[in-house]
Design a protein. Sequence first.
Length: 577
Amino acid sequence: MARPHLVLLHAPSVYDFRKEAILYGPVSDVVPSTPIFEMYPIGFVTLAEYLERHGFRTRIVNLAVRMLKDRGFDAEAFIASLDPLAFGLDLHWLPHAQGALEVAKIVKRHHPQTPVIMGGFSASYYHQELVARQEVDYVLRGDSTEEPLLQLMKALASGGALDRVANLTWRDERGEVKVNPLTYLPPDLSDVALDYSHLVKAVVRDRDLASNVPFFNWLGYPIMAGLSCRGCTHGCVTCGGSAYASRHLFGREKPAYRRPEMLAQDIKDIRRFSRGPVIVLGDIRQAGIDHAQKLLSSLQGTEGEAIVELFAPASREFLEEMASALPHFALEISVESHDPVVRRAFGKHYPNREMERTMEYALEAGCQRVDIFFMIGLPKQTPRSVMETIDYCEVLLERFGGDGRLHPFISPLAPFLDPGSAAFEEPEQHGYRLFYRTLEEHRQALLLPSWKYILNYETRWMKRSEIVEATYEAQLRLNRLKAAYGLMSSEERLATEERIAKAKELVGCIDRLLEIEEEARRKRELQALKPQMDKVNFATLPEDRELALPVGWGRWNPFWAARLVAQEWWEDLKGGR
Ligand code: B12
Ligand code: SF4
């Protein structure tokens, strides 16, 4: 195996999650990860592809999945065994503040001379605080760092000047922090490729399946993404990727779009080797309806499950076009609240009837599934309003739920209000109160024993304890409703109910233990609760955590995968690797 130039490491949100006694809460209920957020940013795939295209061998190591899969996996020894020219770590999502910094420290302990590069949305926000730490050498800012990372790798390989690397924050020989200008901000996505075949080949090249999988259950549910844009035209006040945040953080005035023909090709390429679902990230109408129609006509009749996001109501004609292009399409719609006043305060401006019509048109057009998402912790939202949202779910299920295609979800805005979002920057104006602001404060908060204290905010309308209580109550009621409408079996309903009851009990226990003044005893008693906490934290993980290829074999096109594997073996042989 040849030595990689760059190793991209993805840390769990809390490095020592296997030892720390923490009740993470339902923070990852609507994403494929567990609460330690083991999924790496898809940017890892575009970064790796870009660097390899320009001659820099890049290896992805999902430490979080490896630690989750194998309780005995020694992450530190593994890091010590690597020997690249540089390490890259994502601090994309702020919930990784503790894990990513701890991994950076381990890297420095074993490789004091090897540069540590960080990137991602949160790294961009906290770039100065990051490079002031000894364990971090460089931060690349921006939502598009493929080219700046290549410039940095070239400079590191040849001893070139660092002040010319775009978007770089670094320390000079005197330890002074330098912030290079944000000069790289591509206006479109023509130069990046979300090429998953790179992953398949890397598995063969590095003889390492577990390090490459994007999240724990990916082999069983191999969802892949098509990227329609970077940035967003919308202004949701709690979102760190909104138009407001992109402008302030990256100087992005409008999103960078992938050309429709290119995006259609990306999706068809995925289809060649995977029969799993493809999610198209970003509402495809953001660049205008013509752009969306061009994409749909290039996709005409594409088979397989395609998940499409809608950020606002859609017309009947549009949904019919969608059905003709993607006959097995599913929709994801975040309406946030049943109450248009709350929704407006959040930054979404449409009445319920328009979205209800959208659901009706979609289902009539043959949409396979409509997922509707509601959130807890919003401006102007009270505990009572949260319960009324569940009443509204019943109204929707009564109207559309007959054949099981409509699926409502409710989850808390947790663990953190996004840095860079309008609500984080101007909390009082949006009715928020922040408990933590700096990176270090968030890092420390992640080690607190309950999500009630990890939450970095409360609102004028709900205290942290009310957010926690309303979440469990709403999830309990929604669970019962879903069982009544045949969306889950009675065994599933009972199992979820038991888990929620256990979680509520643990929140209370932790509160009581936190009153113990003697630190050693407090820690000991919290530690004694860890097995029960983990039963709730990782309830969705199988007991037997082996990852093996055949798990989701039916979802793969074996001929195409075999072709990619053979190609890589051939390259291996030719290159004498
Ligand atoms: C798609 C998306 C998702 C997908 C993730 C797909 C994936 N694996 O990346 C899903 C739906 C699963 C998701 C989940 C979550 N998300 Co999200 N997500 C987005 C969204 C809409 C687009 C991001 C995107 O596609 N970017 C394009 C890709 C190609 O680039 P990228 O992955 O960002 O990587 C580039 C740069 O960030 C940077 N970079 C990243 N890592 C590194 C590392 C190094 C070393 C370097 C140099 C550069 C670098 O360079 C990359 C290439 O240019 C943004 C909002 C927005 N409009 O941007 C929110 C956003 C990023 N998500 C956010 C959050 C909070 C979450 C969750 C924590 C929510 C939750 N509680 O469940 C989870 C975390 C999941 C996990 N890790 O397990 C916040 C992050 C705010 C913050 N600063 O913390 C955002 C900004 C807004 C939001 N609230 O949704 N998300
Ligand atoms: S939450 Fe709102 S602002 Fe953020 S990416 Fe989604 S639609 Fe855009």
